[in-house]
Design a binder for this molecule. Sequence first.
Ligand code: ATP
Ligand code: PAU
Length: 383
Amino acid sequence: MTEPPIGPLVVLEKKWPNNLAPVAVDIGGSFTKIVYWRPPYAPTLPEYVVRDFKDSFFSASAPLKPDPSLAVDISEGSLRFLKFPSSRNVEFIDFIRDTKLHHAWGENKMKTICATGGGAYKYKELAEERLGTVFTQKDEMKCLVKGLNFCLNHVDREAFHYNFEEDKEEFLSVDQIKSTETNSPFPYLLVNIGSGISILKVEGENKFERVSGSSLGGGTFWGLAKALTDIKNFDEVRELSQSGDNRNVDLLVGDIYGGDYSTLGLKAELIASSFGKIAVKREDAPPSDYNKADVIKSLLFMISNNIGQIAYLNAQTCGVEKIIFTGGFLQDNSYVWSRLSYAVQFWSVGKMKATFVQHNSYLGSLGALFSGQNDKGTKEKTK
Ligand SMILES: Nc1ncnc2c1ncn2[C@@H]1O[C@H](COP(=O)(O)OP(=O)(O)OP(=O)(O)O)[C@@H](O)[C@H]1O
Ligand SMILES: CC(C)(CO)[C@@H](O)C(=O)NCCC(=O)O
C-alpha cells in the first residue's frame, strides 16, 4: 500500500502546524519518554529497539473520546508511548532518526519536534545536529499539567483509586473524576514522582502553581535500592515487595513500647523508625535475618510514607482535598499505590483520597505534543 504523502496532517490539518512532527519527547533525569502518533498505514517500529521497554498505547479501540478543540482524530490512528533510560539518550536520538518519526510518516523531514524535561535543554544541540530538526523547548510543568488534564478530561478509566484493603484498583470515569462543585477535575494537588518530586496546585486547564518539591523521589528509592542490595532490575522490586518483611529492618512502636502507645493512638505495628532495627542492633549480635526483600520493602515504605505525608501537608496548606499522584515511580507499582493511599488516608483521617492515573510516565510528553499545535515553534518562556 502506498503511503499518503503528508501522513498525519490528513487528520491534523486544521490546527497542526505543517512543520511540526507528530512526535514529542520528555527527557527527564531517569527516563526519556516519547509519544508519537501512528496512522493505520504506518509500519510498526522495529522490535529490536522496543523490546526492553513497555509500549503502552491509546489505540483506536481504547475508550478515548476525540476532543474537537485539539483536532486530533485518534480514531484515525493511535498515540503510542515509549521509554528509554536517560543513560541511552544518544541512542534515543538515533532511534528517532532511524525510525523517521520526525518525518511524520511522509517523505519530508518536519522542521520541529516539541521537547520538554531538563533534557530538552541539555540535549538540544546534540539532537538538532543529529536529526536536522529543531527541538522546540516546552516547559516541563506546563506540559505535565496539560497532559494530565487531557487524560482526566478525555480518557475513561484513566484515573483510579486504590483499595488497599482489597488490593485492587477502582477505576473512575471521566465524570467521576469531576468535583460536584466545579463540574471539573479542579482543584487538585498534583504530586509528580519522577527522579525527584514536584508538587503543583492545579486550579484550571492552564492555571497552576508549583507549591513545593522534594529530592526524596523515585530516584532516591532506586538509588538506595541499588546501593543497599545487588538488585539490578526494577521488575525485581515488584517481586521482592511481595515477599519482604519490613519488620525485620524497621523499628516499630511495639519494639519500643512493648505494645501500643495508647495515649497517642500509635499502634504497636506502626513504624517508629525506618531502618531503625538495623541501627540499634548490638555489635556482638548474630547476623540478622533480614534480606534484600526486607530492605526493598522497608525502602518502599519509607519513601512512600514520606511522600504521602508531604502530599497531605501540602494539600492541607493549599486547601485542596484531591491529591493526584503521577510519575514513573508509580508505573505498574501497585505496592506504592497501596502505601500512598494508606498514608493519605492515615494523615488526613479519612478526609482525603489518593488518585492515580494510568499514563503516569507519559503526561509530560503528551502535553508537549499538544502544546506544539498552536505555536510556530518558538522557544517558550518559563516563569
Ligand atoms: N524499569 C525501571 N527502571 C528504573 N526506574 C524505574 C523503572 N520503572 C519505574 N522506575 C521509577 O521511575 C522513576 C523515574 O520516573 P520518571 O521517568 O517519571 O522520572 P524523570 O522524568 O526521568 O525524572 P525528573 O522528572 O525528576 O527529571 C525512577 O526514579 C524509578 O523510581
Ligand atoms: C528538577 C525536577 C523539576 C526535574 O524534573 C524534579 O526532579 C524535581 O522537582 N526535583 C525536586 C526539586 C526540589 O527539591 O524542589
